[in-house]
Design a binder for this molecule. Structure first.
Ligand SMILES: NC(=O)c1ccc[n+]([C@@H]2O[C@H](COP(=O)([O-])OP(=O)(O)OC[C@H]3O[C@@H](n4cnc5c(N)ncnc54)[C@H](O)[C@@H]3O)[C@@H](O)[C@H]2O)c1
Length: 335
């Protein structure tokens, strides 16, 4: 049985599908503060795989909530998505982020050690690298986060090293770049309130009542003046988690990998691709730069390809197409 924390959220829910398709039974642990019960129900209704998807509502901030999961189930490994992840909010309210992300994760790791569970795959982030000193960013790039969110994730990576040394906990830290897209069958997708990510926000502008899309800054030192990011498809990302789990099952040591495509797309390119996919002219207004947005964040993904055998396959247009199909469903309240 694999424990998936945050499995009712965006990335976690796609991973639950990948896990059951790979033949694993899953128990989701989620507070539903940001995730959705409808998502859990959708996952539980996927019967074709014949695998179990159980759900426990609980909060990592309460040590007893998470202990009770290990008491009830024989957990083989953990995939840990549960966190707060809004950069701007983390800077305004660091207390909330240190308590949830760092203390919450400590409660999880301590329960794992107490119940002799020694394998964890962890959602880390490109935000642990901070302002890049070179691109593409490889895993040896210095980790100097510039916001509280990135700091919480780096702290967790460091705690995991100490827990490996002392207790033999093996962790795979997957440092995601910009995650995009939705399930190919639109069963689950990105569902954040408020939504802070670029692609769903551009797509939301295409629906009646949607807000004009705000583009922040067109004076960066990039191909067209707008920020460049590396958009990794959420289903490709889910495959990497299954591979990371297998790596640990095969006795792999603690390790860390970037998950990105190595392709950088500017905000304007993403915007144009959204117009092409939707066939609509999207209302846009250009605003000045926001603080703390690096010009370019692009992953070097050679390590994950070589050591995990990972091969991301989906293009930016694929991600936008699946995100649009999901967004239509969400807007029409068909979820
Ligand atoms: N979305 C991205 O582009 C991106 C990029 C890099 C890293 N990440 C990381 O990936 C992970 C998943 O991100 P997401 O976009 O799916 O977020 P999300 O908010 O959609 O999902 C997170 C889930 O965790 C749950 N949760 C949060 N705190 C909890 C707690 N204390 N106890 C129990 N459940 C709790 C929420 O209810 C939610 O269902 C996060 O750790 C995030 O930091 C995301």
């Amino acid at each position: 049985m694999i424990l998936v924390t945050g499995g009712a959220g965006y990335i976690g829910s796609h991973n639950v599908i990948a896990l059951i398709e790979a033949g694993y039974d899953v128990v989701i642990f989620d507070s539903l503060e940001l995730g959705h019960m409808q998502t859990v129900e959708t996952l539980q209704n996927i019967k074709a795989t014949g695998r179990v998807v159980d759900f426990i509502k609980g909060d990592l901030k309460n040590p007893n909530d998470i202990k009770s999961v290990f008491e009830k189930y024989k957990i083989d490994a953990v995939i840990h998505f549960a966190a707060y992840s809004q950069v701007a909010e983390s800077v305004k309210n660091p207390r909330k982020y240190y308590i949830n992300n760092v203390y919450g994760t400590l409660n999880l790791l301590n329960a794992m050690i107490d119940y002799d569970v020694k394998k964890i795959v962890f959602s880390s982030t490109a935000a642990t690298y901070g302002e890049p000193s070179y691109v593409p960013i490889d895993e040896e790039h210095p980790q100097i986060p510039i916001n509280t969110y990135g700091k919480t994730k780096l702290m967790i990576e460091n705690i995991m090293d100490d827990y490996d040394l002392a207790y033999g906990l093996k962790s795979i830290r997957l440092r995601y770049f910009n995650v995009a897209g939705a399930d190919k069958l639109s069963r689950v997708g990105e569902w954040h309130e408020p939504e802070t990510h670029l692609i769903p926000n551009i797509l939301k502008s295409t629906f009646s009542g949607g807000k004009t899309f705000e583009m922040y800054g067109e004076d960066y030192d990039t191909k067209d003046g707008t920020c460049v990011r590396d958009y990794i498809n959420v289903e490709d990302l889910a495959c990497a988690h299954v591979l990371a789990l297998k790596y640990l099952e095969n006795g792999g040591k603690t390790n860390y990998f970037n998950l990105g495509t190595t392709e950088g797309n500017s905000v304007k390119e993403v915007f144009r691709s959204c117009e092409e996919v939707t066939g609509k002219q999207i209302p846009v207004v250009v605003k000045s730069r926001r603080d703390g947005d690096p010009a370019k964040l692009i992953a070097d993904n050679k390590k994950a390809k070589k050591e995990l055998g990972w091969n991301p396959e989906k293009s930016l247009a694929d991600s936008i197409t699946s995100a649009y199909n999901w967004e239509k469903k969400l807007t029409e309240k068909l979820v």
